[in-house]
Write a protein that binds this ligand. Structure first.
Ligand code: MRU
Length: 374
């Protein structure tokens, strides 16, 4: 495991700034006893902090996507166990069960709950609340260190591309999908960690950001956090990536993952697969950046067992945004009788993945390679 105390010293430069405070996506506030989060449903128009005080509030925050992104869902769930035990020391099993049902696809949720359960095994009622807080805070710190290490391990990929094109006066053009950034983890993120490390290393960069319908995590979250950190970016509609790749405007794709199988099949936000197909057709490297906790070693092939979340159809039939007058409004974009479906994730087969960038190094998307992590 990466030395968290050493790595975390270097993080301040990256954190979001809010009313003079450096922010992470989640933190524990001892004064109020609350677990504070950035309410991501309000971004980019409002930076609103919610301090959660109960298991119900944590479950709502995860299910409604006030917090989202595989690593952040896991850490939030760990804090949910603490808040539950704080109000009832005998509620561990019920809390584990309730939290495990909040979102189905990101395996980090189950990984985190298992880790907390193991950490608390054998603890009596006198200690269990303090121990639950301890493990949640530990997981928060580890997530920062792991994500920073992902960025460091991915940096040589971007450096290699920059070295090969630096005489062309161009910049390195990266395409990303959804939000696999600091907002999707505690800090740094996964795919965006690689981009932030490249930026800090002085590599000239530009990021094409897929809007990521239906929830628009690209438009609302990725563009926001890239701009906060001074990374040049351009928002594009989800279908533009193929054209940009065909016309030489993309050097590589980097995305995150919600669950990756032992064979290297990658489950990520709906639309990722189409980007991988286009990248493959145009000989563009397609990297996936993820913590090892996102690999589901119990599933060999993605087609065989990844649960694909289906969400409320209103996310597709309606759009939410800010009016010119600064008011948030939701409008219907299809007739009320139109049939709608809303699959949240898709599976990119391992054959289209150039490499998996993890905190332990870059791995080939194959069972032989990934089994080294077992
Ligand atoms: O539905 P979301 O917003 O939780 O989906 C998030 C993604 O698909 C991310 O790409 C993934 O969780 C990786 S985050 C580091």
């Amino acid at each position: 495991m990466v030395e968290t105390h050493e790595l975390s010293k270097r993080l301040v430069i990256l954190k979001m700034n809010f009313q003079g405070k450096n922010l992470q996506s989640i933190w524990f506030e001892p004064e109020s006893g609350g677990v504070c989060i950035i309410d991501q449903t309000k971004l980019p128009h409002q930076l609103k902090i919610n301090c959660l005080q109960s298991l119900d509030e944590v479950c709502y925050a995860i299910a409604s996507m006030q917090v989202r992104g595989a690593p952040l869902i896991g850490v939030t769930a760990a804090y949910g166990i603490y808040l539950s035990l704080r109000s009832n020391v005998n509620s561990l099993n019920e809390a584990l069960d309730t939290l495990s049902k909040t979102r189905p696809t990101a395996v980090n949720l189950k990984w985190a709950l298992k880790r907390v359960q193991e950490f608390l095994a054998g603890e009596g009622v006198d200690n269990i609340v303090g121990k639950a807080l301890e493990v949640a805070q530990l997981m928060e710190k580890e997530d920062i260190a792991v994500c920073e290490a992902i960025g460091e391990n991915g940096l040589p990929v971007l450096r290699g591309i920059w070295e090969s094109k630096k005489n062309s006066q161009d910049v390195v053009n990266v395409l990303t999908h959804c939000n696999a950034g600091a907002l999707a983890a505690v800090d740094w993120g996964t795919a965006l960690s690689v981009i932030y490390k490249a930026k800090l290393a002085g590599i000239p960069l530009h990021v094409w950001v897929d809007e990521t319908r239906p929830r628009n995590q690209g438009a609302a979250l990725t563009c926001w956090e890239l701009a906060e950190r001074g990374v040049a970016n351009t928002l594009i509609v989800d279908n533009a990536g193929g054209h940009l790749m065909q016309t030489g405007k993309v050097d590589l794709c980097v995305v995150g993952s919600d669950r990756t199988s032992l064979s290297g099949d990658v489950c990520n936000k709906i639309g990722t697969y189409l980007k991988a197909l286009a990248a493959n057709h145009n000989n563009i490297p397609f990297y996936v950046a993820l913590p090892v906790s996102t690999i589901d070693f119990s599933i060999l092939s993605g087609q065989e067992g990844f649960p694909i979340e289906e969400r409320d159809n209103r996310e597709v039939s309606h759009m939410r945004g800010q009016t010119e007058q600064g008011k948030m409004e939701t409008v219907r974009i299809a007739l009320s009788q139109t049939a709608v479906s809303n699959y949240g994730f898709d599976i990119t087969p391992a054959e289209f993945v150039t490499g998996l960038i993890t905190e332990k190094g870059i791995f080939e998307a194959s069972p032989e390679s990934l089994s080294k992590l077992l």
